[in-house]
Write a protein that binds this ligand. Sequence first.
Ligand SMILES: *Cc1c(COP(=O)(O)O)cnc(C)c1O
Length: 380
Amino acid sequence: MKRNIKLSLPHLTGTEQKYIDEAMRDCWIVPLGPHVDEFEHRLESYLGCDDVVALSAGTAAIHLGLVMLDVKAGDEVIVQDLTFSASANPVCYQGATPVFVDSEPDTYNMSPSLLDAAIKDRIKVTGRKPKAIIPVHLYGMPAKMDEIMEIAANYEIPVLEDAAEALGSEYRGRKCGTFGRYGALSFNGNKVITTSGGGALICPSKEAASRVKFYATQSRENRPYYYHEVIGFNYRLSNISAAIGCGQIESLQDRVDRRRAIHRLYSEMLAEVAGITVQDNPSPEFDSNFWLSTILIDPATGILPDQLRLALLEKGIESRLLWRPMHMMPFFADAPAYVDGTAESLFNRGLCLPSGSSLTDEDIIFVAEAIKSYFDDHSI
Ligand SMILES: *Cc1c(COP(=O)(O)O)cnc(C)c1O
């Protein structure tokens, strides 16, 4: 029996059309407007912070975060090695160099001890501190933010959190994205909620937020003619996209709860399969949104993640290998990297399972049964 079970698809609330109709009726079909404002306010109240700026993509949010931190050509920025390339690419947009830091195995995220070692070594080698640190909350799992923030504070280096996958995740009762000086969110089609494409930057103050909006709208100075003192960007979220976001955010907590329930079901069903570990919160301080549930496969089973992926695909189940570490990408081959093999080992052993909030328990049970039967037949 073949199904069609995808990794993470958009999940409609049902009220999106109402907001889109409002925007169309009032002809707010531009990259600003009442729905952009409303979407920002709803994000702020959900996150428990002020000063969120809606942007055209999570990548744009990371880019403008770097601009606000004055990252320029010749600077270095520390970036988590195990991540999506969009965490690192904006560093290059600014002409700066990413310095990759490996993960620790509990969260798959930036290792605090390697971070400290990397900063010390960069100061020794270049005579200058890295300009910023970009930790990522991968698959929704919070990074060890207390330790990372303490190290960052010791060296007085600002943190830009990549919380693209972690909307709704909490660390010690506080929402991911609100720890660093800046925090980036994504509303791409595969994320927890979507605006079809979009993102947001969580800012430290009203002034910072208004500067971000200025950069995002071509850095146009307040004069009767077009006049620019600094380079600008066209990064604001369209009001139509924000209207979709206004509908989506109504069910945000339900979507997060559903992803957590999917993770619990996988954990229960796969608990007794020898050689499989479902990633879990390492302690009660961590509360992942479980954007994607992931498993690690013990190499002693003789099963490679890609073999399992192909077997699942035959049953109509989409799964995906973990992110490939950045230091293993051809275009980052020359970037400094402080790695101890953790990210590479996770990449070699891991698989992301279908986790979209629109999947039913029956879908998840079908996936878990398919994994079990593959392990029964192929494990050595
Ligand atoms: C999705 C994602 C981004 C980029 O967000 P876009 O909205 O697609 O530009 C950045 N970092 C991580 C870790 C992501 O998963």
